[in-house]
Write a protein that binds this ligand. Structure first.
Ligand code: PLP
Length: 385
């Protein structure tokens, strides 16, 4: 570590904060104004205006996010989907073709399969675990390759080193949705990805009280995406920026607790006689157990499992748990439980879901920061006959 690069815990608190502090304040005040005095001669994108992503609330976050993932620049957006769609539309340009991992967050999957064609763009799914099969899917207009750090809800791990090498060889922009890993567990730009995207609604904010997204990457590419965002309008409002910056300050503490709790719960469930299969990379049965250990510092707070008795058993368990909230989303302080088939992946056809291995009875847990022992005791009582 170079002398000017602080450790992650320090950066979450100090990186990007204004110097000198605004009015001496320890936190950046909320710039609740949509009009600012004009400096003549400034270009359109430099006019201070909330939609142009240049309030102090935006810039502090852009700098902090860039520092956390070793990027040159960052950008905050109105949601994770705003980050994903704006980045994809920008890098694909006119008539571009995308190679993408087939197992994707439901919203991204729907955007790729339903919306890209409306903009004259095309895609092909790739098997993220078989790099030797990717070249056959290349077209002259292929411009980008897209993956997720850890997939939802099966927590699979793509061959990320191979993705980076393939992108370099074929001059593609490599994009990764790093929502599930967070910079605490994985910093994709250090591996060689071009762009890291986040639903900051999840771990980065961590308190289930806002929607936001993030883009991190080289300054030139982020600037192009910022220009598209300025036109498409997916800016983050200053109050949400303030909350996100507050949430980021405790990111490392929260995620480390979630890593260790999810691991303990995964190992507990794995030994439980009523549980058929648990999906979590720390388990030796996980198909990418070794790869995950090489790439990540931890595996995050999300795990999924199938129960003996299928959908009915899953429903009964969800009814019986006392601590986890029955709700979608993930990455907050409170534990959440859902069946992906009726929540995150409800927009997908049953056929598509099943081809990805997401059965109706699959249960997903997003582990919060409660005591692991309390969560395990609660899950145990909910699984009793
Ligand atoms: N990426 C992942 C992995 C997600 O889980 C989600 C939402 O659940 C998104 C992106 C979309 O984020 P948002 O809901 O903030 O638009």
């Amino acid at each position: 570590m170079s002398a000017n690069r602080y450790r992650l815990e320090t950066q979450t608190v100090h990186a990007g904060e204004p110097s000198p502090r605004i009015g001496g304040a320890a936190t950046v005040p909320i710039f609740q104004s949509s009009v600012y005095e004009l400096t003549e001669g400034a270009g359109y994108h430099d006019i201070v205006y909330p939609r142009l992503n240049n309030l102090p609330n935006h810039t502090v976050l852009a700098r902090k996010l860039a520092a956390l993932e070793s990027g040159e620049d960052g950008l905050v957006t109105a949601s994770g989907m705003a980050a994903i769609t704006t980045s994809l539309l920008t890098v694909l340009g006119q008539g571009g073709h995308l190679l993408t991992q087939s197992s994707l967050y439901g919203g991204t999957h729907n955007f790729v399969t339903e919306d890209l064609k409306k903009f004259g763009l095309s895609y092909d799914f790739i098997d993220a675990h078989r790099p030797e099969s990717w070249a056959a899917k290349l077209r002259p207009n292929t411009r980008a390759i897209y993956t997720e750090a850890l997939t939802n809800p099966l927590i699979e791990v793509a061959d990320h080193r191979a993705v980076v090498a393939f992108a370099r060889e074929h001059k593609l922009v490599s994009l990764i949705d790093n929502t599930f890993a967070t910079p605490v567990n994985f910093r994709p730009l250090e591996l060689g990805y071009d762009l890291s995207l986040h639903s900051a609604t999840k771990y980065l904010n961590g308190h289930a009280d806002l929607a936001a997204g993030a883009v991190i990457g080289p300054a030139e590419l982020v600037s192009k995406i910022r220009h598209s965002l300025n036109h498409l309008g997916g800016c983050l409002d200053p109050h949400s920026c303030y909350l996100l910056n507050r949430g980021l300050r405790t990111l490392v503490l929260r995620v480390r607790q979630q890593n260790s709790s999810a691991r303990a719960i995964a190992h507990f469930l794995d030994k439980h006689p009523r549980v058929l299969k648990v999906n979590y990379p720390s388990l030796e049965s996980h198909p990418q157990h070794e790869l995950a250990q090489e790439l990540f510092q931890g595996f995050g707070g999300v795990l999924s499992f199938d129960l003996e008795g299928g959908t009915e058993a899953a429903r009964r368990m969800i009814d019986r748990v006392k601590l986890p909230l029955h709700g979608p989303s993930l990455g907050g302080t409170e534990t959440l439980i859902i069946r992906p088939a009726v929540s995150s992946h409800a927009g997908m056809s049953r056929e598509d879901r099943e081809s990805l291995g997401i059965g109706d009875g699959l249960v997903r847990l997003s582990v919060g920061i409660e005591a692991s022992e309390d969560l395990i005791e609660d899950l145990d009582q909910a699984l009793q006959e």
